[in-house]
Design a binder for this molecule. Structure first.
Ligand SMILES: [Zn+2]
Length: 145
């Protein structure tokens, strides 16, 4: 008699996924410390952005390179095993990302995507240029007809 249950195996798999959220927490902490106020994972916005800054009309996505197929990035490549499965799954993520950005633009919001590898390589530098962009977005808001 075989007593191994497939349910248990998939439970293990789901535990492994959804673990790498730490870098988003760092991004939020940094912005908060710099005086920015925001909402997180607001479900009313397409794609449930990690950070929503109403004052700057800007949303921020913090993307894992693997899950969002970061172009030209080592971590953004498809795995060699189960290729068809991963290709379908990850390409769907990417097309959703594009759709969400398009919908946000139509709603009059700016979208900024931060990549995990860039934050890991140069957190301070990435955040500094993010804040510059936010300030520009905040200024151009007043110029709208
Ligand atoms: Zn990357």
């Amino acid at each position: 008699m075989d007593s191994i249950t497939p349910e248990h195996r998939s439970w293990n798999m789901s535990r492994i996924r959804g673990k790498d959220t730490k870098i988003e927490v760092e991004v939020r902490k940094y912005l908060f410390a710099k005086g920015f106020r925001f909402r997180k994972n607001d479900k009313r916005f397409p794609g449930k952005p990690d950070v929503v800054l109403p004052k700057y009309k800007t949303v921020i996505f913090v993307n894992g390179c693997f899950w969002h197929m970061h172009e030209g990035c080592k971590q953004g490549r498809l795995p060699k095993s189960n290729l068809d499965y991963w290709r379908e799954k990850l390409e769907k993520n990417v097309s959703n990302d594009k759709l969400h950005e398009q919908q946000l633009t139509e709603m009059g919001w700016n979208t900024i995507t931060l990549w995990e590898c860039e934050l890991k390589r140069d957190f301070e530098g990435t955040m500094t240029s993010l804040i510059n962009t936010l300030q520009q977005n905040g200024q151009s808001k007043g110029d709208q007809p």
